[in-house]
Design a protein around this ligand. Structure first.
Ligand SMILES: [Cu+2]
Length: 137
């Protein structure tokens, strides 16, 4: 006689526990769906800061390029930041592969790397002792 009332009580307890588990599972599934998939869109969904997204930067400081031998991908856009007070340029010495034109002191400019792989010497047209080599992979 005594075991049957125990069973009646136990059944709704188990059902309640199962329901709670199902609810908890459903909740965590709902939370988990959007979060575990961040590595998929690397190129398309990053329009906010293209400059900081791995874009190469050359700095001119104390009448020198840093780095002096930047390595870039073909057609990559390069930002040149002039930290001197004098104007500088990043100008390809061979032909007209690229040229930032004059970048005033404290300003920045950009140029686009050639699409063909190779080594491209460049110079500041104002200060011929400022030289570097752009390496296009
Ligand atoms: Cu210069």
């Amino acid at each position: 006689m005594s075991p049957s009332p125990r069973r009646r009580r136990a059944v709704p307890l188990v059902l309640g526990a199962v329901a709670a588990l199902l609810l908890a599972t459903a909740c965590s599934d709902g939370d988990g769906e959007p979060s575990p998939a961040p590595p998929s869109p690397p190129t398309s969904s990053a329009p906010s800061s293209p400059e900081s997204a791995g874009a190469l930067r050359i700095t001119t400081e104390d009448f020198a390029f840093s780095p002096a031998d930047p390595e870039v991908g073909p057609g990559e856009k390069i930002t040149v930041v002039n930290k001197d007070s004098a104007a500088h340029t990043v100008t390809a010495t061979d032909g007209d592969a690229f040229d930032t034109g004059s970048i005033a002191g404290g300003e920045s400019g950009t140029f686009t790397a050639p699409s063909e792989a190779g080594r491209y010497a460049f110079v500041c047209t104002f200060h011929p002792n400022m030289t570097g080599t752009l390496i296009v992979r």
